[in-house]
Write a protein that binds this ligand. Structure first.
Ligand SMILES: [Zn+2]
Length: 403
């Protein structure tokens, strides 16, 4: 999902419901006799390496289980329709609301349809813990207590936050008996860095909580991060050339927090549940400002690959790409050029998954032929398989097939 995702609920609540889902799944089953329909509903190419068994290594579709759309039954038919279209894994999104029973029910339905169930969490977002522990929340430059877009943010600089996120992840994996875990969007806000274009502080930039500031003060000999980031007349102001090393140190402390959180979750999962396939989803900067993701969002690709050793790295499409109405499915080739060789230099057997947001906004809603073409382009770009966010949109696209 990613930024702007907060609009999803409002976009789809009005157009989807039980009748939409049933019409869609029924439509998918009726298409076999129609040449035209067969072309638009044909399965994805078998793009995964069957030596790894498909499943979590194959084409993957997100199911955002918190959406009302999924609370009206019809899910077994929906998962079967996915399988018929060449999807091999369903990624169940949990932002910290689902209990153990919900995980079990969803994962059982996924397995019954012949798909691999993958749990997808967005640490340090966990809506339940955010509510329970206000003292763990991040602090943004504009004063917001850890809220940006649809996400709520706990601070990963706190050891107790990292520990409890790892614990919650293990509990959810156990409850569902999931085959894989996707650690999605581990980052600090916000794209663009500490300042807006007009030079004013960027309100959503994080984190400047007590723990982050204390940690940075200890590393920098007493510099206050907030002053460095916002006070233009301070001798420590981050844009002054003399402070380049200081600002770099600040970036490093952010990267440390994000990376160590991700490592801690993966390590605890592997200790408690050996054999769980770990997938880390990072955000692309390829077609926006290549190389800036580390500074802006504390995502250090190389460190994450090296230190987490994920079996799968998923490269998420940037919102600057997926929000384009006319985006062509071959945009992924630009990602391949920049990342594929680079990432495999760090881990030669790394399984690379592409990602397309196919409908968080009306402008990014994609039809099935687009989705098929994206799967092909992903392979041509050097990725091993594609993934998509998210299914309820795809269902809307196939309503009326076979007519
Ligand atoms: Zn913090």
């Amino acid at each position: 999902m990613g930024h702007l995702g907060f609009l999803r609920g409002s976009v789809f609540a009005s157009v989807v419901g039980l009748s939409g889902l049933m019409a869609a799944t029924a439509g998918a089953a009726e298409t076999t006799g129609s040449m035209d329909a067969a072309q638009t509903s044909a399965p994805l190419p078998m793009v995964y390496d069957t030596s790894r068994g498909g499943g979590v290594y194959g084409p993957t579709m997100s199911v955002d289980a918190g959406f009302d759309f999924y609370k009206h039954g019809g899910r077994p038919e929906m998962f079967a329709a996915m399988r018929n279209r060449g999807i091999t894994a369903a990624r169940i999104v949990d932002t910290g609301w689902l209990d153990g029973n919900a995980h079990k029910e969803l994962a059982d339905e996924v397995r019954a349809a012949g798909l691999a169930p993958v749990l997808c969490m967005f640490p340090p977002t966990h809506h339940g813990l955010y509510k329970l522990h206000p003292e763990w929340r991040q602090l943004m430059l504009g004063g917001s207590d850890g809220k940006y877009d649809w996400r709520t943010y706990l601070c990963p600089s706190r050891p107790e936050v990292r520990a409890v996120l790892a614990e919650e992840t293990v509990a959810a994996l156990k409850a569902g008996g999931y085959a894989g875990l996707q650690i999605a969007e581990p980052w600090f806000e916000q794209w663009g860095g500490p300042e807006m274009d007009d030079g004013s502080p960027r309100p959503g930039y994080a984190c400047v909580c007590e723990v982050c500031r204390t940690r940075f003060a200890a590393a920098s000999g007493g510099v206050d991060a907030r002053e460095m980031l916002t006070k233009k007349d301070s001798p420590r102001y981050w844009r002054k050339p003399a402070n380049a090393a200081l600002y770099k140190l600040w970036q490093d402390t952010r990267v440390d927090a994000v990376t160590s959180m991700t490592v801690e979750i993966a390590t605890e999962v592997r200790r408690a549940l050996p054999g769980t396939v770990v997938n880390v989803m990072v955000l692309s900067d390829a077609r926006v400002e290549p190389g800036k993701i580390r500074e802006y969002m504390a995502i250090d690709f190389e460190r994450l690959i090296k230190e987490v050793q994920p079996e799968i790295l998923c490269v998420q499409d940037s919102w600057q790409d997926w929000t384009q109405k006319g985006l062509k499915p071959d945009f992924i080739r630009d990602y391949g050029k920049l990342y594929v060789e680079r990432f495999r230099r760090v881990k030669p057997d790394l399984w690379l998954m592409s990602h397309a947001d196919i409908g968080s906004l009306a402008a990014s809603k994609r039809e099935w032929p687009w989705i098929q073409q994206f799967a092909k382009e992903s392979l041509a770009a050097g990725f091993n398989c594609p993934s998509f966010y998210e299914w309820s949109v795809t269902v809307i696209n196939v309503v009326g097939e076979g007519k």
